[in-house]
Design a protein around this ligand. Structure first.
Ligand code: MN
Length: 423
């Protein structure tokens, strides 16, 4: 099925650079405000935001199922509640309005009024997140952690190749890009042979992840199959799942991550629809042993999304520390959603699923400082001569991601957050 808005031949009357991450083929959704306007839904094109509340007021969506009020909201949820097919129609309509083929003078005049330079807007958290689940789906990451903390000969736990392992995270501390993160305090055990102490974490780390946001799923008690899963996924964002490794190491047995993980998770502000990513679907890594029947799937369910992480310090220009790719994930989103609901657990509009740290096969593609600096034994060199084993106070972590083929580049922008000293 070809989605009209994905047509690589489309051009827009909105001017943008040829290498923009936001060409007419992308059209991601977000929440923005200006000095004078309330929070509302916007769509990014080039270095502009199209104000959907205004466009709806002009009547361009009057034959669609949305109400104008769906677009004057602090979150995308009321718009998303109309579901996958409605959002697809909406994106196709926006694409048509912004297309060069649209020659109506009146339409262009109205659209110009609703087109705001990104320098004049403020973005915020796009989705009201009901529940946040974090998976652990990169084989390379799980293997690296197993080698470091358990047993190199049995790095993967016995369940890992059978189950898309995950845990329930905390939605209240998911924050938007640009929002600073305070260094967490907690119980740590710097000396293995002594009692724990209470102190600021000394091992604050990032986790390079992608998140996906769901539409309303099925009723409690029902399940979503792998073949249905993508119909319940609205879109994807970049996701930095901040972690305190020293707190984690002491607290995580027997029930898994708790305070080491719930102090902050940062998401990028533009949600790129799964529809826009269809041209970048690709094959999944081979799964061996063969998975149980409810986890089997057909077609290309991975996505070729190039990712990078950079660290910037106040007196030091940024250093790229990792280059990875979303396609390395062993378990794909369709399997994650099928597994999440196979017991009858329901997902709701605005739920967020983290992929788990995305590590690639080579040391420069690892998705956390824990792995990049290998438990502190291989510090990362910064341009000013300093070293990083973990993230220091006032460091800024920046994650970026984009897809590219046939001359079309679809990007996510960035998720960027500065670490502040402990309170
Ligand atoms: Mn995580």
């Amino acid at each position: 099925m070809q989605i009209p808005a994905n047509n690589p031949a489309l051009q827009s009357w909105v001017p943008y650079a040829t290498d923009t991450e936001f060409p007419i083929q992308n059209l991601p959704f977000g929440i923005f405000e200006t000095q004078t306007s309330s929070k509302r839904v916007g769509v990014r094109i080039g270095d502009f935001v199209l104000d959907l509340f205004q466009i709806s007021n002009f009547g361009y969506f009057s034959d669609l199922c949305f109400s104008t009020q769906d677009f004057e909201q602090p979150f995308l949820n009321p718009m998303m509640r109309h579901g996958k097919l409605a959002i697809r129609e909406l994106r196709n309509r926006i694409s048509a309005l912004l297309s060069k083929d649209n020659n109506s003078f009146q339409i262009r005049k109205n659209e110009h009024q609703a087109l705001i330079p990104i320098t004049e807007i403020q973005m915020s958290l796009p989705v009201q997140i009901g529940d946040y689940t974090d998976f652990y789906s990169s084989k390379e990451h799980a293997t690296n952690v197993g080698v470091m903390f358990r047993d190199p000969a049995n790095a993967l736990l016995p369940n890992w190749l059978w189950i898309p392992v995950g845990y329930h995270g905390r939605a209240s501390s998911v924050i938007a890009s640009e929002h600073p993160v305070v260094r967490p305090k907690g119980q740590i055990k710097p000396d293995d042979n002594a009692a724990p102490i209470f102190a600021p974490s000394r091992q604050v780390d990032f986790e390079l992840e992608m998140g996906f946001v769901t539409f309303d799923g099925k009723a409690l008690g029902e399940s979503i199959s792998t073949s249905e899963a993508e119909e319940f996924i609205f879109g994807l964002c970049l996701f930095n799942d901040w972690s305190a490794r020293d707190i984690q190491k002491w607290e995580y047995v027997p029930l898994g991550p708790f305070l080491a993980k719930n102090f902050a998770s940062s998401m990028s502000c533009w949600i790129v629809t799964l529809d826009a990513l269809q041209p970048f679907a690709c094959a999944t890594p081979t799964q061996d042993p063969e998975v149980l029947s409810y986890l089997k799937f057909e077609g290309n369910k991975s996505y070729d999304i190039q990712l990078e992480v950079a660290i910037e310090a106040p007196a030091c220009k940024e250093q790229v520390v990792s280059r990875s790719n979303f396609k390395y994930m062993y378990w794909n989103m369709s399997q994650q959603l099928a597994h999440h609901t196979v017991n009858g657990c329901n997902v709701r509009c605005g739920d967020l699923m983290g992929s788990g740290t995305i590590s690639g096969p080579t040391p420069d593609s690892y998705g956390s400082m824990l792995e990049l600096a290998w438990k502190g034994t291989k510090p990362i060199q910064m341009p000013d001569g300093s070293e990083r084993r973990f993230i220091q106070d006032y460091d800024t972590v920046i994650m970026r991601g984009h897809c590219e083929n046939n001359g079309i580049k679809i990007g996510f922008g960035e998720v960027k957050s500065q670490l502040l000293p402990a309170n």
